[in-house]
Design a protein around this ligand. Structure first.
Ligand SMILES: Nc1ncnc2c1ncn2[C@@H]1O[C@H](COP(=O)(O)OP(=O)(O)OP(=O)(O)O)[C@@H](O)[C@H]1O
Ligand SMILES: [Mg+2]
Length: 157
């Protein structure tokens, strides 16, 4: 399974990393973000959206609304499932409808570990570790070939 670890030492560096990710994403990409409170999930997502051409002022944490929808060069569905009780909620709240539509766009899910078995297997996982006040480690992994181009991009320092 392809994996890459990338460290950042500032919020700006995390956003720049997100921009690089967003710049190479294709329709049908699903990204699951995992990491403790304040690790940088939303900030990375802001960068990803920027890289996809979404006006940055639109991009905010959807903690209370569950899903934000943006439009860049592709539609972007930004989910934060922190408040979901479990997989049953996903069906009840119509979130599975977004999975259907994710095929035309990009889906980014904060707290993806709360939905085991719900996200498609062909996805990019990013787990974020807080190493210190300003240092973060981003571990990218994906089982399928869909993100090959992204891994190449990450190899270009
Ligand atoms: N290298 C870094 N990368 C990302 N964020 C950093 C970094 N250094 C410091 N920070 C700070 O960490 C916080 C990250 O906040 P962010 O909202 O992105 O986290 P989150 O994982 O989405 O949190 P939540 O679980 O509440 O959704 C910000 O306050 C940011 O300024
Ligand atoms: Mg967040």
């Amino acid at each position: 399974m392809p994996t890459r670890d990338i460290m950042t030492a500032s919020p700006a560096a995390t956003q720049a990393l997100g921009r690089r990710v967003g710049s190479v994403l294709r329709a049908g990409s699903v990204i699951g973000l995992t990491g403790e409170l304040g690790s940088g999930k939303t900030l990375l997502t802001r960068g990803i959206c920027e890289g996809l051409g979404v006006p940055l002022r639109q991009v905010n944490s959807p903690t209370f609304v569950l899903v934000n929808e943006y439009r860049g060069r592709l539609p972007v569905f930004h989910l934060d499932v922190y408040r979901l009780g479990g997989t049953a909620d996903v069906v009840e709240l119509g979130i599975t409808d977004y999975f259907q539509r994710a095929g035309e766009g990009v889906m980014v899910v904060e707290w993806a570990e709360k939905l085991p078995g719900v996200l498609p297997e062909d996805r990019l996982d990013v787990s974020i570790e807080r190493l210190s006040a300003r240092k973060r480690r981003f571990s990218f992994s994906s089982a399928g070939p869909r993100f090959a181009e992204l891994f190449k991009e990450l190899d270009n320092a």
